[in-house]
Structure formats: C-alpha cells, structure tokens
Design a binder for this molecule. Structure first.
Ligand SMILES: Nc1nc2c(ncn2[C@@H]2O[C@H](COP(=O)(O)OP(=O)(O)OP(=O)(O)O)[C@@H](O)[C@H]2O)c(=O)[nH]1
Ligand SMILES: [Mg+2]
Length: 463
C-alpha cells in the first residue's frame, strides 16, 4: 500500500518536472484572423509528426515531436472550438473561411515529444505539453477597457469621438433622437429601447465604414442577450451630467444604472472567466484591411490595440505566484493575412506593425516580457506571381474572389511607417476578400510563418 502511494507520488513529482502547460491567448480585433489562426495552428500541430511544413518549429525539425491530439476539454461549460467544421469549410469545394465567431469556445491539445534536455530524459522517455486555446468574438474584447470607465467618463469619450467629421456625419439620426429625450425626467421602456436601437444602428454603420472600436461590443453581437434590457442604454451628452440630484426614475439615472449593470454582469464575468490566466500571447493585427479602409480606420486600429493590451497581465511571475496567477512572459505581435501582399512588401508590413505598437511594446518589454513582431498568413488565399511586360516584371498576387472570379493584382505599396496625408489622398491600396486556396484533403493547410510563431510561442516549452 505504502509502496503504491510512494510510486504515485514519485510519478506526480516526475510529471510536474517534465510536463508543461501553456494557456495561449489569441488576441485581436474582430476579423483580425483569430479563428483562422487557431484552426491553422491545430491543423499544423495535428499533421506535424508526418509532414514537414514547419521548418522553423524546432521540435518538429529535430524529429522529436511524436504526435498531437485534441484532448478532452477542461471547462465543461464552454463550447468546444469547432475545428472540424472549420476544416470542412476550408477543404470544401469551393473552399470557404470558417464561420465568423458568435460565442466563446475552447480547444485543448496534447503534444507528445522527446526532450533534448538531460534532466527530462532521466525522468521520462516522452513528455507532454498541454495547450489550451480560447476563441471568442473580437467585438467582445473591446468592451474590456470600459471596465475602467465610469458612465460619465464613457459618455465623454463617446461624445468627443462623435465630433470627428466622419462619425459626426453618420451620427445625425442618433443625435437627433437623443436630443428629443428629457434626461432629468422619467422615461419609459419603449423610449429607451428605440434609442438603443438607433445607437446600435450607428455602431453597425461605424463598423461598416472601417472603425474598429465599437462599444459596447454586445450591441453588435448580443449572443444570448439579444433584446435584454441590459443591452438598452446609450451614451448621453456630458452636458446633462451637471445635475447632481437626479431622480431615481430619471432617464439619465436609468441608462447610467444599466451601463454599470452591463459592466458587472456582462464584461466582468467574461474577463474573469477568459482573460486572467494566460502565459503566452499572440496579438493579431489586420493592418492591411485598415490601410484599405482609410486613415480613420488605421488610427482607430492603433488606439484599439493599445487599449486592449491594458487588459492583460504581463511580466515574469515567480513559480509560486504562477500557480495562482500566471502572467504572460512571451508576446508575439503579428500582422495577419500577409499572403495578400507581394513578397518584397512583407518587410515593410513588419516595420509598419512595429511603428504602430512601439510605445506599448517598450512598456511591456520593460516588465520583463520577451516580445517579437512578425507578419503571417494562418491560411493562404493567395499565391505569388509576376507579370512581365517588355523589360518590366511586376510582382503580383493570384487568388480567387468569393464569387469565384480569378484575381490577379498588384495590391499596392505598403508604407513602412504610419502613412502621411499624401498616402491617404492617393489611397493606392487594394485588398479584395479572397477565398482560401484549394487544398488537397489530408494535407495540412498552406500558411506563411505559422511555424515561426509556434517556435516563438511554444519552442522553449518543448525542449
Ligand atoms: N488571405 C487571408 N485571409 C485571412 C487569413 N486569416 C483570416 N483571413 C480573412 O479574414 C476573415 C476573418 O478571419 P477570422 O479568423 O474569422 O477573424 P476573427 O479574428 O476570428 O474574427 P471575429 O471572430 O469576428 O473576432 C476571414 O474570413 C478571411 O476572409 C489569412 O491568413 N489569409
Ligand atoms: Mg473568430
């Protein structure tokens, strides 16, 4: 009996020394490519022991990866990430992108590998890395910065943003409806519902025209909260906040209460359940779509990326502290969808990304976090080619539009620093949505630099 217990205990100690666990945060705004990246990452890892698509992933290159499998999910109350249906779409005829994310889901992978460290070899022949990844809609992520803002501060922020010429022109209808409300007097449910509908429509218009910061995120993607009063509030002109003694049933009091309720019952639980236990992070930034949409979109993207990074814990935590509160110690910034630009433009895209994140990156590095920046394509939609005209050879990309038309374009020059006025005036960037490349079934999906991302994020854990 004692012998068995001692053996069990020894096994437990051995496993703690040799087995690793990583909780990976795949972060990015809506449409930045999170779901495509997770699908590709799972796909690459599942194929890694048989194929040689990951030359920069050392555990694979050195032939030490024995295999990977999707494991039982740790949290029984969260949907499983629908990897299989994503793959079915990607390998379908015609191939299609995985369905946009509507809620939170999770996937757990287990990787078996041979260590190249002597102390691990002594304990175990094989070692295990458990990798947990959560997928969620990018829209919900941008609510996190609201946790720091009182209702008044949030209104001031929304109101000042609505003064920009582009937003002001779109906001006319909502502003008129809002001015029709007597904020210090009573209001009925119908009025609030109508006003919040007008605000939701405005948020959809902002999104459509390329804005990234859409708050509150659940207004455009309500999930199971569609129609609930917690999603019925709007920002109010800060001028109305002068009156300190607001009646309990006043319109301003009611929307302010609902804002606080939204923070407490929607944002906080989301944050607590999904954003506090990461140890590695990749931040996907879709600079190409922002370049395509215009200056307002590009500026908004930069601000949004900075804001959302405040929601994570960075820095080295001691081993003891890590057991209770892990901190992110490696962070990869990645410009996504790099297959959309010609090869010689790729260094520019990485530099542009660096110029957007430079301030935040410095701050995070100061906290002891190892950071890197890259440009990747989780799943390729384009191939590189060239068009020869006389003496001139122009690099181009080739793909297929979502309507099955062949596309052959030079998408334009990518600026290597935040673009100036002239760039926006000439707007020489073309970024059509293309469908994924057709892929032979049974082979891993084609990518650009996913192996380098894997090496940076997991390489040291697989030694
Ligand atoms: N060319 C190319 N397009 C990509 C790639 N990854 C994503 N896309 C495009 O971007 C779209 C959005 O990608 P998703 O992975 O759904 O983005 P997401 O970040 O999960 O978006 P939300 O779930 O809405 O937050 C896809 O439907 C594709 O059109 C890529 O590697 N290459
Ligand atoms: Mg998604």
């Amino acid at each position: 009996m004692l012998k068995t217990q001692a053996k069990q205990h020894l096994n437990h100690v051995k496993n703690r020394l040799t087995d690793q666990h990583v909780n990976l945060a795949v972060t990015g705004l809506s449409g930045s490519g999170k779901t495509a990246f997770i699908t590709s990452l799972v796909n690459q890892l599942l194929h890694a022991s048989e194929e040689h698509q990951l030359p920069f992933f050392s555990v694979q290159r050195e032939g030490r990866l024995i295999g990977a499998k999707i494991d039982l999910q740790p949290n029984l109350n969260i949907s499983r990430f629908s990897y299989e249906s994503g793959i079915k779409q990607l390998y379908g005829e015609p191939p299609a992108w995985p369905t946009p994310t509507r809620g939170v889901s999770q996937v757990r992978l287990r990787l078996r590998y041979r260590s190249n460290l002597n102390y691990k070899k002594v304990f175990n022949q094989f070692n295990t890395l458990t990798l947990d990844i959560t997928d969620y809609p990018g829209e919900w992520l941008l609510d996190l910065p609201m946790l720091k803002l009182s209702f008044k501060e949030w209104c001031e922020q929304c109101w000042s943003e609505m003064q920009s010429p582009i937003k002001r022109a779109m906001a006319d209808e909502f502003l008129k409806a809002s001015e029709g409300i007597r904020w210090s007097e009573a209001i009925d449910e119908q009025q609030i519902a109508k006003l919040s509908q007008a605000y939701t429509k405005l948020l959809f218009d902002f999104k459509e025209s390329g804005y990234e910061v859409i708050q509150p995120g659940r207004f455009v993607l309500p999930g199971e909260l569609a129609g609930a009063p917690v999603l019925q509030f709007v920002p109010v002109n800060p001028e109305y906040f002068d009156n300190d003694k607001l009646a309990e049933n006043s319109a301003l009091h009611i929307v302010s209460e609902r804002y606080e309720h939204y923070k407490k019952t929607v944002i906080k639980p989301f944050y607590k359940d999904h954003f506090r236990r990461f140890d590695r992070q990749i931040v996907l930034v879709d600079l190409l779509s922002a370049l395509n949409s215009g200056e307002h979109s590009f500026i908004d993207l930069g601000n949004a990326v900075h804001d959302l990074m405040d929601s994570f814990d960075y820095g080295q935590a001691s081993i003891l502290k890590r057991l209770f509160k892990p901190k992110i110690d490696k962070l990869l910034f990645a410009a996504s969808k790099v297959d959309h630009i010609t090869q010689e433009q790729q260094p520019n895209l990485i530099q542009l990304l660096q110029s957007v994140i430079t301030q935040k990156r410095r701050q995070i590095q100061f906290d002891g976090v190892e950071t890197e920046s890259t440009a990747l394509a989780a799943i390729r939609a384009c191939q590189f080619g060239s068009v020869v005209k006389g003496q001139d050879k122009t690099p181009v990309i080739k793909g297929t539009s979502l309507d099955s038309e062949s596309v052959l374009i030079f998408p334009g020059d990518v600026p290597s620093v935040c673009p100036d006025k002239q760039f926006w005036q000439s707007q020489g960037f073309e970024f059509p949505r293309l469908r994924p490349l057709s892929m032979p079934k049974g082979l891993a999906c084609p990518h650009i630099r996913v192996d380098q991302a894997l090496e940076f994020l997991l390489g040291d854990k697989l030694r």
